[in-house]
Design a protein. Structure first.
Length: 677
């Protein structure tokens, strides 16, 4: 006879309830989802059972390894449940879902159906009394008193105690039996749904196989406005090499535009060997300053400051002065070295060597970066390399810098970043890392999953309405639980063809898009607000006379500066809470491909919806109709409502979905605050 492969039943009776796909969930829980302090986190789950019984569910949340707090999950229909919690501390949170058979709720629903059908419920009342007796055994004194009173009223035949009418009850004056929602339970002051949820028998419980992690960051990780400048350049009429001390004089200008993160390119000593000249010339003159990303000289490496910029103490003073203006100073973390970096001499094993004994310089064929030695993350001495790099971050945190823009993280080991970010954030949960990784989508996403708080995006190259809509719909849905976009119209490396040829209107359009599509955005200035648009050569995205390779002088008082617009955008962002979120982004159809329309709502409902319409054509006036999805704005079908333009301080009254817009390149957008009537 064949041998049976059957096993014995489980020692404990399993629950008949199933808990299935939950959100937020990243790769089955392999990585934490992301949230920020005081940001509502809505957890969704499918909770159901076999047959016709009802299921109930609880969201359980905790911070670190503290005790669990249970929150009732509300049914949304079709077995979907939801609950929201608001984290109030930085660091690692967890959530778990508990599901169980809702015996009291199932019984109550059955009573409703039988009473409506005129069926005798005498036996059903006794069944309910038995369930209530079980609930009393587990109830608090106050709940036990409420259940005892309910029990007695049921034994007296009073089904109104459940908010249910007997079939022979008198109809209302209009001749109909009211729906359940029309009837308030006569059990004074008691919410029976909540009472049954708290006291009903739950065992056996169904739950997720393991809790789900949620990493809670500072609010700036979700919502921030970045401004970048080179402190070695000067403001007119000053000439020569700028300093960190003179950068203090630029902080009020940055603050006046409403930016809350000031990012500086590397401030370290710059190597002499193979130094690059102006416009990336391979041969430098004695007067050439080199690129700040060529880090390391006899004066020091990643924990030193270029002598012409100042000292480490100047960095601390600048960080403190930024905080006085509600700005965070962000420093560049560029883990690469010049041939002159002390590590090349002290730790040769940290670099890859070619067969001829020379160290491998950086390449991105056909490009060659002879002034840069990449670190070897396959080094036999990798542990000490990892520790040294972590110590670099710790060093700058000790000076008062907790925000870091990380240069080319995709060219370093994933496992290193996962370890170092987790290590630093355990010590300093307020630390924040922006990944400058213009690379393949899956690589960008992996960096976000393993710990980077924000990510540069492809926004820079998304130009048409279709491209922008498709890309941001993906960011707002598929990757929203772990990847926070930071949209930049320009960077020191990227001057797009649009900005080269589109004129001032295109600069304005791209700023409006970045500031309203993404909760976090930034500009490289003063190049952006002063309309710097000349490329090194046709077809290149490199700036002519780029600050990466030489000193520049800027006149912030030019009449054509876009600084007032940037300030207006950041003020609107602060005043309209909806713009601080990505998850609620919705696009609305338009009658013209030159018009892009989208909206955002505030999950916490502290501010009104915002509706944005942008003319993507920097050359011509565009007119058309926008098809407003009123439901996405929380407005009734065919309602009348006001839209108040935050850019132009104008009010319009709209009716229903289809409404007319007309936008000139000189005023290329509406940023509407939506006010229902």
């Amino acid at each position: 006879m064949p041998t049976s492969t059957a096993t014995s039943p489980p020692s404990d009776r399993p629950s008949r309830v199933v808990v299935e796909p939950v959100a937020p969930l990243v790769d089955g829980g392999s990585f934490p989802a992301k949230a920020t302090v005081e940001e509502p986190v809505t957890v969704l789950a499918d909770v159901f059972c076999d047959g016709h019984d009802r299921a109930a569910a609880a969201l359980r949340v905790r911070f670190g390894r503290r005790g669990w707090r249970a929150i009732p999950m509300r049914p949304l229909g079709n077995d979907r449940f939801a609950a929201t919690f608001v984290p109030d501390q930085l660091g690692r949170w967890q959530y778990q879902i508990h599901g169980w058979l809702d015996h009291l709720g199932t019984w109550r629903h059955g009573m409703e159906l039988k009473l409506a059908a005129g069926v005798d419920v005498a036996v059903d009342i006794l069944i309910g009394v038995g369930l209530i007796d079980q609930a009393i055994e587990r109830a608090t004194p106050a709940d036990a008193d409420a259940l005892t009173e309910l029990r007695q009223r049921l034994l007296d035949g009073d089904t109104r105690a459940l908010g249910l009418l007997a079939a022979d009850d008198e109809p209302h004056g209009d001749g109909h039996i009211p729906d359940l929602e029309d009837v308030e339970p006569e059990h004074d002051g008691v919410d029976l749904d909540a009472l049954f949820w708290r006291t009903g028998v739950r065992e056996p419980i169904a739950e997720l196989s393991r809790p789900v992690d949620v990493e809670v960051d500072v609010v700036r990780a979700r919502f921030s406005s970045w401004y970048e400048f080179f402190p070695r350049s000067t403001l007119a009429p000053a000439t020569g090499h700028g300093t960190l001390a003179s950068a203090l004089d630029r902080l009020d200008y940055v603050a006046s535009m409403g930016f809350d993160v000031l990012y500086l390119p590397p401030v370290h000593p710059i190597g002499l060997t193979q130094r690059k000249g102006r416009n990336n010339a391979t041969t430098a003159t004695p007067d050439d300053t080199g690129t700040p990303w060529a880090i390391g000289a006899p004066e020091g490496g990643h924990t030193a400051v270029h002598p012409e910029l100042g000292t480490v103490d100047d960095v601390a003073k600048l960080a403190a002065a930024c905080r006085d203006r509600d700005i965070e100073l962000a420093m560049d973390i560029a883990f690469q070295c010049t041939p002159d970096h002390p590590w090349v001499r002290e730790h040769p094993a940290w670099f890859a060597h070619r067969p001829d004994g020379t160290i491998q310089y950086a390449e991105n064929p056909p490009k060659k970066y002879q002034d840069i030695y990449p670190l070897d993350f396959e080094s036999s001495d990798w542990r000490s390399l990892w520790e040294a790099l972590a110590d670099v971050i710790r060093f700058w945190i000790d000076t008062g810098v907790t925000v870091f823009r990380v240069d080319n993280p995709h060219t370093k080991a994933f496992d290193f970043w996962e370890w170092v970010i987790a290590t630093i954030r355990r010590e300093h949960p307020e630390a924040m890392f922006l990944a400058e990784a213009f690379t393949r989508p899956r690589v960008m996403e992996r960096l976000a999953k393993i710990g980077f708080n924000q990510s540069y995006t492809y926004f820079t190259w998304r130009q048409s309405a279709w491209e922008l809509r498709t890309y941001f719909e993906e960011l707002a849905t598929r990757t929203v639980d772990y990847m926070r976009p930071n949209a930049w119209p320009n960077t020191p490396d990227i001057l797009t063809e649009q900005l080269q040829t589109g004129g001032p209107a295109m600069f304005a359009i791209r700023a409006i898009l970045a500031a309203t599509l993404s909760p976090s955005w930034g500009v490289y200035g003063p190049a952006f607000e002063l309309l710097e648009h000349l490329p090194m050569r046709p077809g290149s995205e490199e700036y002519l006379d780029s600050e990466k390779y030489q000193l520049r002088q800027w006149d912030l008082h030019r009449a054509d500066s876009l600084a007032p617009l940037l300030g207006r955008l950041n003020r609107i962002r602060r005043e309209q809470p909806a713009l601080a979120h990505l998850r609620t982004l919705r696009f609305h159809n338009t009658s013209s491909d030159a018009l892009l329309c989208y909206s955002k709502t505030d999950p916490a409902e502290t501010g009104p919806p915002v509706l944005v319409v942008v003319n993507l054509d920097a050359r011509q006036r565009q007119t058309g109709m926008v098809d407003v999805d009123l439901a996405a704005l929380g407005l009734p079908y065919e309602s009348t409502y006001d839209v108040v333009d935050q850019l132009q301080d104008r009010r319009f009254r709209w009716q229903g979905a289809w409404n007319f817009v007309e936008l000139d390149p000189s005023t290329p957008a509406h940023i509407f605050r939506v006010e229902g009537l």
